[in-house]
Design a protein around this ligand. Structure first.
Ligand code: ADP
Length: 488
């Protein structure tokens, strides 16, 4: 058992499974605090109390206190309620304010979201002072909480929480919280020096909340090593590459893991048949058949089933996928898509479902249980992203014995070793340049291996299931980072 000195950490972010989740951030906010708690950390997770949090969790929350807080130049006092829920060694504190958090979705549009997260970041720090729980580390996530390090070193610097060190994790650099300077000044009330080019100021018109957070944070992390390097280049930097290069001395990559409690084919209640590494070859085909039945596909264990579980946006390489579908559908291959997003892609996949009846399934929905069944029933999972900070779907897939077909970028590159036909090593099939032909080639290499060299395919299935993609290792790296910042 690894033990290191105890540290207290406040996680601040905009989503957390199972309360509210729209993507990988929600998974990380759930899993990492729990593992850190086992590694001698005292962890509190601070979240907005959105009205869309399911009632069963709302019912478990206990009133912890309330106070009023001024906000920016609004001239008003805003209510801050704290509702608490303690679960598996982690304390969840929900910031309650109906004015900001009563919409049906966590994210609406920048017009609403900018004031909402200006409020939330400040309320989170004020709540720590109010509860008199002063953490060693404040660990904030993405642009929604990026103002936390800025507030910490300005408005809060002489308050108790001002002694905490800050870590800012970038889960996706594409979203930065950019809005015109007067609006952000109005909602934050931050001093003039914060609106300089080295901090929040983006250009003559706009301020950028993430940019400010990166400048003020004591450490910056991203969710894989390759992405940490990529974002310092013009191709992936989303216009912040110079800023990131300037701050690169405090930037590092720590790859995500997956939660083995939530993702375990041996106990997963969503699956038709549970399995582990010893009987995967026997039971996976049964899950495949159940999936085919559920989705109205031709029921045949011999078909090669490719899954795609993703937000349907440009980031995920779906233009490449739509370009190659006609060549992929060869009568022996079935494709299952699960996701929602851009209408263009939703319609494309619906079209193919219609055109390739019984062989293509387009589930335009967000369905957690179905996602689990696809990981279990498919043979391969497609992740051809244009950029991918870490990516969790390839990790889930490998853990369920499903071979990933990925583009070599960001966390995909760090977690999927390319299959080597000569010595049988590797975890999945990869391609490098963002090019439809190369994606098709990778899919065809996977098919060839599946249909002509099943013994070797099955070896990779078992190797992927045995691969350590748990949080233990990554959580230890975060803990080391915290200790580095608090060397007493
Ligand atoms: P991102 O955060 O960019 O959306 P990740 O790969 O990091 O991508 O995380 C995606 C997570 O969301 C995974 O756990 C995946 O299983 C889940 N997911 C994505 N789309 C759906 C969907 N339509 N239904 C159920 N789960 C989904």
């Amino acid at each position: 058992m690894y033990t290191s000195p105890r540290r207290s950490v406040a996680f601040i972010g905009s989503e957390c499974h199972p309360f509210v989740k729209t993507g990988g951030l929600g998974d990380v906010m759930y899993a990492l605090p729990r593992v850190l708690a086992q590694q001698n950390c005292d962890v509190r997770v601070i979240l907005p109390r959105y009205a869309c949090i399911p009632q069963k969790y709302q019912d478990k929350m206990v009133y912890r206190g309330e106070f009023y807080m001024d906000l920016g130049q609004t001239g008003r006092s805003y209510y801050v309620g704290i509702m608490e829920y303690v679960w598996d060694g982690v304390v969840y504190d929900f910031i309650d304010n109906q004015e900001f958090f009563s919409a049906g979705n966590p994210y609406i549009g920048l017009v609403d979201d900018i004031p909402k997260y200006c409020y939330f970041s400040k309320a989170a720090l004020a709540a720590l002072n109010y509860m008199n729980w002063i953490p060693d580390i404040v660990h904030c996530h993405d642009w929604q909480a990026a103002l936390v390090p800025v507030y910490l070193r300005t408005l809060f610097k002489d308050s108790p929480v001002g002694r905490a060190k800050s870590v800012l994790t970038i889960h996706n650099l594409r979203f930065q919280g950019i809005y015109n300077i007067p609006t952000i000044r109005y909602w934050t009330g931050l001093p003039d020096e914060v609106f300089e080019m080295g901090a929040l100021k983006q250009d003559y018109v706009n301020a950028n909340m993430l940019k400010g957070g990166l400048a003020y944070a004591d450490r910056i992390t991203t969710v894989s090593n390759t992405y940490a390097w990529e974002i310092q280049t013009a191709e992936y930097g989303e216009k912040l590459e110079d800023h990131l290069r300037y701050h690169s001395y405090k930037l590092r990559g720590i790859v995500n893991g997956i939660d083995y409690g939530m993702w375990n084919p041996a106990t997963d209640p969503s699956l038709a048949v549970n399995y582990d590494i010893t009987n995967v070859l026997q039971h996976k085909p049964e899950n495949k058949r159940a999936l085919q039945q559920e989705l109205g596909l031709v029921q045949d264990e011999g078909k090669f089933v490719i899954g795609l579980i993703s937000r349907l946006t440009d980031q995920k390489g779906l233009d490449l996928v739509s370009a190659v579908i006609p060549q992929v559908m060869d009568g022996n291959t079935q494709v299952v898509v699960l996701g929602t997003g851009d209408k263009e892609y939703e319609d494309t996949f619906r079209y193919y479902e219609n055109a390739c009846k019984g062989m293509f399934s387009a589930c335009i929905q967000y369905d957690e249980a179905r996602a689990h069944r696809i990981y279990a029933g498919a043979d391969a999972l497609l992740v051809p992203s244009r950029f991918e900070p870490c990516g969790l779907t390839q990790l889930n897939a490998m853990h369920y014995g499903t071979l990933p077909i990925v583009r070599e970028t960001g966390g995909l590159k760090d977690t999927v070793e390319p299959y080597n036909v000569f010595n049988g090593a590797g975890n999945g099939f990869t391609f490098d340049r963002y090019d439809a032909g190369l994606l098709l080639d990778a899919i065809n290499r996977a098919k060839t291996e599946y249909f002509t060299s099943r013994y070797h395919w099955d070896e990779v299935v078992q190797r992927d299931m045995a691969k350590d993609v748990s949080w233990e290792n990554s959580a230890r790296q975060y803990k080391d980072l915290y200790l580095e910042l608090t060397p007493w």
